[in-house]
Design a protein around this ligand. Structure first.
Ligand code: ADP
Length: 304
């Protein structure tokens, strides 16, 4: 299968720091691919190289079968971008923002105007067509940015943290729209800090840290290959003491974080029975999820 986005041995340094360090990636048509990693991992730099906005120090990037940055201009005609920060024009209305953006692609006004009703419908902004940008809510601005990224009917869409700062309702609407795009055969590459978003939306994911990909696969594969299947979270003032005395008897692996103890187990039955009898502790038994994988691979310490 031909990759729509391909990176081979990509490298980039800033001030002697290698922020992307030999990255290989192949993303296929119709895939929603998620790039995860703590702040400073090199995600945005990777996206910028794959878009051909900056040149790698070494390695090769191909976007829609074209080498970038050499043929970036040609490739980007078929690409949409949702940047991390909304950069809509505040002086223009919703419809004017779409019009002006379409002109950057060399589209005629009549061609853009013909697309605007569908784009507004897709973004649930039909009634806001003539509203000025500062009057829109955060969720509406995000949806307008997404609609704007679709003005040229792109085959590939890059999204840098598409739902950061949105409330749950607004996030769900964006997720629904992103699923519609992949079902139309469009290819999505997104970064996110929300593990539930990555788990729901992405067909495949890569976890990045210190400029390198440290694990790659479907959400289920990442969970199965990196972590025990069950998690029991133990809470309470005495949880640390409990962990010292008992956790190793029950858990294959455990981590103490403040007043919480995360116990990773193959089978939680014995641990749950034991905890049931500890009146001063509370616990939550759940299946392992992507956040557990992420924290195992990249650690619990704060970054940047
Ligand atoms: P992420 O998107 O994963 O948070 P970035 O790709 O933005 O990571 O940044 C990776 C590292 O590269 C960070 O340490 C950041 O400070 C540094 N960096 C990114 N862009 C530049 C730049 N233009 N000049 C200097 N350092 C940069």
């Amino acid at each position: 299968m031909n990759a729509v986005i391909k990176a081979t041995g990509l490298q980039k340094s800033y001030g002697g720091n290698r922020v992307v360090d030999g990255l290989d990636l192949a993303i296929h048509k119709g895939e929603c691919f998620g790039l995860l990693g703590p702040n400073g991992a090199g995600k945005t730099t990777t996206l910028r190289m794959l878009l051909g906005l900056i040149a790698p120090d070494a390695g090769k990037a191909m976007l829609l079968d074209l080498p970038v940055p050499q043929a970036a201009r040609e490739a980007r005609i078929r690409v949409g971008v949702v940047p991390q920060m909304d950069n809509l024009d505040p002086d223009f209305t919703v419809a004017e923002n779409l019009l002006v953006y379409g002109r950057y692609f060399g589209m005629h006004d009549s061609e853009i105007e013909a697309r605007i009703p569908d784009l507004l419908e897709f973004a649930s902004l039909t009634s806001k067509r003539d509203a000025k940008v500062p009057t829109l809510s955060g969720g509406m601005k995000r949806r307008l940015t997404l609609a704007r990224a679709l003005v040229n009917d792109p085959d590939v869409i890059f999204l840098d943290e598409p739902t950061t700062g949105l409330d749950p309702q607004a996030r769900h609407l964006i997720w629904q729209r992103l699923r519609e795009l992949t079902s139309q055969g469009k290819t999505l590459l997104l970064t996110t800090h929300f593990m539930d978003e990555a788990e729901r939306l992405c067909h495949r994911l890569a976890v990045m840290d210190n400029g390198k990909l440290i694990s790659q696969g479907s959400p289920r594969e990442l969970i199965e290959s990196n972590i025990e299947p069950q998690v029991v979270e133990v809470f309470g003032e005495t949880s640390g003491q409990w962990a010292n005395e008992h956790a190793a008897k029950f858990a294959q692996r455990f981590e103490v974080s403040g007043e919480s103890v995360f116990c990773y187990v193959q089978d939680a039955q014995a641990l749950v029975a034991h905890l049931h009898a500890q009146s001063e502790l509370r616990y939550l038994h759940r299946p392992a999820n992507l956040e557990d994988v992420f924290l195992k691979l990249t650690g619990r310490e704060m970054r940047e």
